[in-house]
Write a protein that binds this ligand. Structure first.
Ligand code: OKP
Ligand code: ZN
Length: 366
């Protein structure tokens, strides 16, 4: 199996590589911005929240509004379209990728499935089960729905992160932005959860590490990046995250301060959980602490899981950051001096999402 994460030619018959084609748009302005039109193929309709089915928070309009704000601030230039073959198996099990692909292929265009039964420790995926039941074996919650286009959209999303990383490394300085959805940081080696299916953030970091770079990941989304943490737990890629205390916040089962990495990765995992209501002051203090650790690690590349659901008006997050705090975050990360790849994660206050994301990117690149 090849260790290349992208290739330009399709795999041949005797290749046991799992390469999947995706098409991305690359805008090479001051900020390298990579997006994929395939995100439109995934639009969850409902999720299970507080004992009720409610409309999905993670919606295509999120990206369109960020895109609009970037255009208004003249942060985008005419994009070039590039077709790449992407190999997800550095981050995901072959069987997970193939199962999700197969299930999506068999759905009708307007099917939207939420898992409802989970296998437990002794069970395993069985292809004779209805697709909604098979999904339970690949999933961990009832927020993460599957439609016919989910696989293609999430491969495209991961592709944005990997291509943005490659373009940034080629340029050797500045900032790149994967303007991608569905998000990444909750997806693990063989499971989807928290609106995430493929972990492009971890894949980009692992791929850069495999090429010899020292890589630090900073997760500023309101939710702990459990998938990314798990994927990097045994590696010397530094993973740092500031997030809502998992004692009361999704993903609940990880994100605690005593999770410090294992084996080769011991000491390379730093979690800073913060309480509901955390404001500018509490947040900045926590992020300063993280940035000191990142400086000490001296990365060649910084990968940021960029969620803006820490905003005071966010309908899911419980922190109280203002638009000005996002400029501060961008500036503080930019001052590390290393090239920075920002990968879009959460943020659900749709009318302010563009402003908050653009504030981060403008300050980081400025
Ligand atoms: C995805 B990302 C629990 C509600 C949890 C799912 C949150 C997924 C967040 N009562 N809802 O990190 O922004
Ligand atoms: Zn989040």
């Amino acid at each position: 199996m090849s260790s290349e994460v992208t290739r330009e030619a399709p795999p041949t018959d005797h290749d046991d590589d799992l390469s999947i084609r995706c098409e991305v748009n690359i805008s090479c302005g001051d900020i390298i911005t990579v997006s994929s039109n395939d995100h439109l193929l995934h639009a969850g309709q409902v999720e299970f929240l507080n004992n009720q089915l409610v409309p999905s928070f993670e919606h295509p309009s999120r990206l369109e509004l960020i895109d609009r704000e970037f255009r208004e601030r003249k942060l985008l230039v005419t994009p070039a379209t590039k077709s790449v073959w992407i190999n997800l198996t550095l981050a995901h099990d072959h069987s997970y990728v193939e199962s999700l692909s197969r299930i999506c292929r068999h759905l009708n265009v307007d099917d939207i499935l939420l898992p409802s039964v989970w296998p437990g420790q002794k069970g395993a995926l069985r292809v004779e089960h209805p697709y909604g039941i098979q999904l339970g074996a690949l999933s961990r919650d009832m927020f993460t729905s599957i439609g016919a286009g989910t696989f293609t959209a999430s491969v495209g999303s991961a592709g944005c992160a990997v291509v943005a990383m490659q373009e940034l490394v080629a340029r050797g300085k500045g900032c790149a932005f994967a303007l991608s959805r569905p998000p990444h940081h909750h997806a693990g080696r063989d499971y989807m959860n928290g609106y995430c299916y493929m972990n492009g953030t971890a894949l980009a970091a692992m791929s850069a590490r495999a090429s010899g770079l020292r890589v630090a990941v900073i997760d500023v989304d309101y939710h702990h990046g459990n998938g990314t943490q798990e994927l990097l737990y045994g590696s010397d890629i530094l993973f740092c995250s500031v997030h809502g205390d998992p004692a009361s916040t999704f993903p609940f089962y990880s994100g605690y301060a005593d999770e410090q990495g294992e084996g080769l990765g011991l000491g390379f995992n730093l979690n800073v959980p913060l309480p509901h209501g955390t404001d500018s002051q509490g947040y900045r203090e926590a992020l300063r602490h993280v940035l000191a650790r990142v400086r000490n690690y001296a990365p060649d590349l910084v990968v940021v899981s960029l969620g803006v659901d820490t905003f005071e008006g966010d309908p899911i997050g419980r922190f109280r950051l203002s638009a000005a705090d996002f400029s501060w975050i961008g500036d503080a990360i930019g001052q590390l001096g290393a090239p920075v790849l920002f990968v879009m994660e959460g943020g659900y206050a749709v009318s302010e999402i563009g402003m908050n994301v653009a504030n981060v990117l403008e300050a980081a690149s400025g």
